[in-house]
Design a protein. Structure first.
Length: 380
């Protein structure tokens, strides 16, 4: 696997664009579009919140057929808690883009990010859509990545190249998110593109596992969002033999997908609202990866652990207390080993070793700072 400088338009056959439609009061870019020039096998994962924003309701319906062409994203407004009007705007957006691209509305996914509970300025999307489509290009990945940002301070892009059966295949992605992160994704959106040829069954399998080890393994503040979504589009233009089983090519593809997903997830944590420290929390020696991740998440979401990190105070008692809060009878002070890297560094590692099995998991988080409170106290 080779790490390359690229964007979501680096794989063959993908175009993108981003512009300012006027949804954000700041006048910054707030509308983005990704398009595959040919139908792409499409899979996605969505927030587990029972309250889902209108665009997610629409996208979850459209993605069921497993083939798509385009993804439309607006930032600055979540189009959530917006009732029937919000749903009509989400559905209308897919028809709007479909008509301009001369494809079916069901071939378009739509999502939004931003303030919850305020009506979407749909008329601005209608007005900007023709220019958005007209501006599509194979160099528009950066413009798209910029258009999906809200409180993000930096764009988040990753791309890698692999060889499958002698064919060059690229897996690339971009994401947004810096607050309301966890559990099971966050106020985060992730978009991955690839020119690999792969069946829907295997793409879903790869995305599910990669998501668990990346976007579902990060937390900034333990707050679940209504708008989280990660999609992957595979258009097959690389010309490799279609992956239909867990063979060597699937393993290579999965490793690339996991790498892109993990790196995007890490970038979200590094850009956590008000973050001054990046924490890697690893739990080893338990019965299952699921349990290891649960324990690691409990540590990562402890406000006391996060404030200790901000204060450069290696208080191991707070870690032990977080683990103990789960009430797992086999875990006690005699069989738990806690180790830290120096707490006065930008990057901190916390490891918990237990003698209860061979499984492990790693979770990424950041500290809580004064700035986090300021940002969220003033938001909207």
């Amino acid at each position: 696997m080779k790490i390359i400088k690229g964007s979501i338009t680096s794989p063959k056959g993908f175009l993108a664009h981003g512009l300012a439609a006027g949804i954000k009061r700041s006048g910054k870019p707030d509308l983005g579009l990704i398009v595959s020039e040919v139908p792409a096998v499409t899979a996605g994962v969505f927030t587990k919140s029972s309250i889902k924003a209108a665009p997610l309701v629409v996208s979850m319906k459209h993605i069921k057929k497993g083939i798509g062409r385009a993804v439309l994203v607006n930032s600055g407004n979540a189009n959530c808690y917006t009732g029937i009007a919000g749903l009509k705007h989400a559905e209308g957006s897919t028809k709007l883009i479909a008509d301009l691209l001369k494809i079916k509305p069901a071939d378009v996914l739509v999502t939004s990010t931003g303030i919850i509970g305020k009506p979407l300025a749909y008329d601005k999307i209608v007005a900007a859509a023709p220019n958005l489509v007209k501006g599509l290009s194979d160099s528009g990945g950066c413009r798209f990545a910029k258009a999906i940002m809200t409180t993000d301070l930096v764009m988040k892009e990753v791309a890698v190249e692999i060889k499958l059966g002698g064919k060059s295949v690229i897996v690339a992605g971009c994401a947004k998110g810096s607050g309301m992160i966890e559990p099971n994704m966050a106020t985060m959106l992730g978009f991955i593109t690839t020119d690999a040829a792969i069946s829907l069954k295997m793409l879903k399998k790869a995305l599910k596992l990669a998501t668990e080890r990346s976007f579902n393994s990060i937390t900034v503040d333990g707050c679940m969002s209504t708008n989280d979504m990660v999609t992957v589009q595979a258009n097959g233009l690389a010309g490799n033999k279609t992956i239909t089983a867990e063979n060597i090519d699937f393993k290579k593809f999965y490793e690339a997908l996991e790498y892109v997903s993990v790196e995007l997830a890490k970038k979200i944590v590094y850009d956590g609202e008000g973050a001054t420290k990046f924490l890697t929390i690893t739990v080893k020696g338990v019965s299952t990866e699921v349990l290891a991740r649960k324990i690691a998440k409990t540590i990562a979401n402890s406000a006391l652990v996060k404030t200790a990190a901000f204060g450069s105070n290696p208080n191991w008692g707070r870690v032990g207390a977080a683990v103990g809060s789960l009430g797992i009878s086999k875990i006690n002070e005699h069989n738990m080993k806690i180790t830290f890297s120096p707490f006065d560094k930008k990057e901190i590692s916390i490891t918990v070793d237990l003698p209860l099995g061979r499984a492990s998991a790693t979770v990424y988080t950041c500290d809580f700072s004064y700035e986090y409170v300021k940002i969220n106290g003033e938001y909207n």
